[in-house]
Design a protein around this ligand. Structure first.
Ligand code: RNT
Ligand code: ZN
Length: 419
């Protein structure tokens, strides 16, 4: 008998005393989809042969060996990460420049599903869902830091066409894979210094968004999201696509609002936004990352912010109103470990939230804030770690402490052979 085989029944008993069925919780956890962000594997560089410099304020730091240089390498790396993750509904989210099969001279405004067939076949083979994001940065047509809100209609048209192309690709993903593809629009547009006109760029962005979304595509295949941001490097004074702007847009046009955990004031609670939006029927795409002092896109770890986010996620999730995608990029560590550790941290946070005994809300409605505090504190030390270990074992996956060995092996065999 292993230690876990002795421990798990005891943990089950502890939870049963609180009215929590750990097996039911694990079954529920396995059904919550998670989209793994491909861009952790290539440092958000993409695979267009032109190799545009990284612009638009996404900062990737570090030069750990083994970055994926081709889509084939990226798929191989994702395979390694996915092998180490539990869950029945795993997905992969692409940045559109992680394209392969580009024709010579083909630019983003003419991308089609033909450019993504390898991704699609790969995902279909593995029964993965696929999501996508058009890429409005790292390209010469991001001019003066502006894309969809650029004063020049020709530049706007290039980016509108890119957005339309990505929507059709997403719809093709969704149709073939049998699960709607989330297509997320984030533009870096904004100004470094105090703008003279805060309204006109937003009017242009509105017009561009309406044009991008004009084609009616079934929600059976594609779900559109718009991602807000407080500020970025180079756009410290003004971000066209602010939270107020996009929250209103999403509500008016029945889009998903993408909340990136790094895109708000550092002390603002993103968890609190979930019930605020979901209670009114809003739908959310969560970009889960860990901001260290700012939108630094660190690997997610099991900290208080993540736990709060997971708590509100399980309370508000109804199977079709919240979509979970990781969004961080750290090039100072093994990139596969970054995926696996970050994804597992989120899954553990969800598990802890799902295992939380009922009763706190009742304390609250009865005005017994003392009990609410005392019981919440007591719940923190319940044996969720054993339930997590059981989840890994049930899925024939290594425990957290064991994931590094296969990653190191792959690093030795594959990553370190890359130039
Ligand atoms: C940027 C947004 C966006 C990016 C990706 C790489 O601030 O968070 O989602 O992370 O486009
Ligand atoms: Zn994001």
């Amino acid at each position: 008998m292993t230690v876990l085989e002795k421990l798990y029944p005891l943990a089950q008993e502890v939870y049963a005393q609180y009215g929590v069925d750990t097996e039911a919780v694990l079954a529920k956890l396995a059904e919550i989809p998670l989209s793994l962000h491909a861009w952790q594997g290539d440092d958000v560089v993409g695979f267009e042969s032109t190799g545009h410099a990284l612009t638009g304020g996404c900062q990737v730091t570090g030069n750990y060996p083994g970055r994926a240089r081709t889509a084939d390498e990226l798929r191989a790396d994702l395979d390694q990460a996915l092998k180490l993750l539990p869950g029945k509904k795993l997905r992969v989210c692409l940045q559109a420049h992680e394209v392969d099969n580009l024709k010579p001279g083909q630019d983003r405004d003419t991308f089609t599903i033909e450019n993504f067939v390898n991704w699609l076949d790969w995902a279909a083979d593995r029964k993965l869902g696929l999501d996508i994001a058009p890429v409005y940065y790292s390209h010469p047509k991001l001019d003066m830091g502006l894309s969809l809100s650029h004063p020049d209609a020709a530049i706007r048209k290039f980016w509108i066409d890119h957005g339309k192309a990505c929507r059709r690709i997403a719809a093709a993903f969704g149709e073939r894979l049998g699960t709607p593809s989330v297509n997320n629009v984030w533009v870096p547009d904004g100004f470094k210094d105090i703008p003279a006109d805060r309204r006109a760029p937003r009017e242009r962005l509105l017009e561009s968004l309406d044009a991008t979304f004009a084609e009616q595509l079934s929600e059976q295949y594609i779900l559109d999201a718009v991602e807000s941001k407080l500020f970025g490097i180079g756009v410290e004074s003004y971000t066209t696509g602010s939270h107020d702007f996009y929250l209103t847009y999403a509500a008016k046009h029945n889009k998903l609002i993408c909340l990136d955990t790094g895109h708000f004031h550092p002390t603002e609670s993103i968890a609190d936004k979930l019930p605020a939006i979901c209670s009114q029927g809003g739908r959310i795409l969560l970009h889960i990352s860990r901001g260290v002092r700012w939108d630094s896109d660190h690997v997610t770890l099991l900290d208080d912010n993540l736990l709060d986010l997971a708590r509100e996620s399980v309370r508000n999730y109804n199977g079709k109103n919240i979509f979970f995608t990781l969004d961080y990029f750290d090039a100072s560590i093994n990139r596969i470990a970054a995926w696996v550790v970050g994804a597992r941290a989120w899954q553990k946070a969800l598990l802890i939230a799902l295992l939380e005994p009922q009763g706190l809300a009742q304390d609250e409605t009865q005005g017994d804030f003392t009990a609410r505090m005392a019981r919440r504190e007591a719940f923190k030390t319940l044996p969720w770690g054993t339930v997590w270990a059981q989840y890994c074992a049930q899925n024939n996956l290594p425990q957290d402490a064991e994931v590094l060995a296969p990653i190191r092996q792959y690093e030795k065999d594959t990553l370190l052979t890359r130039g």
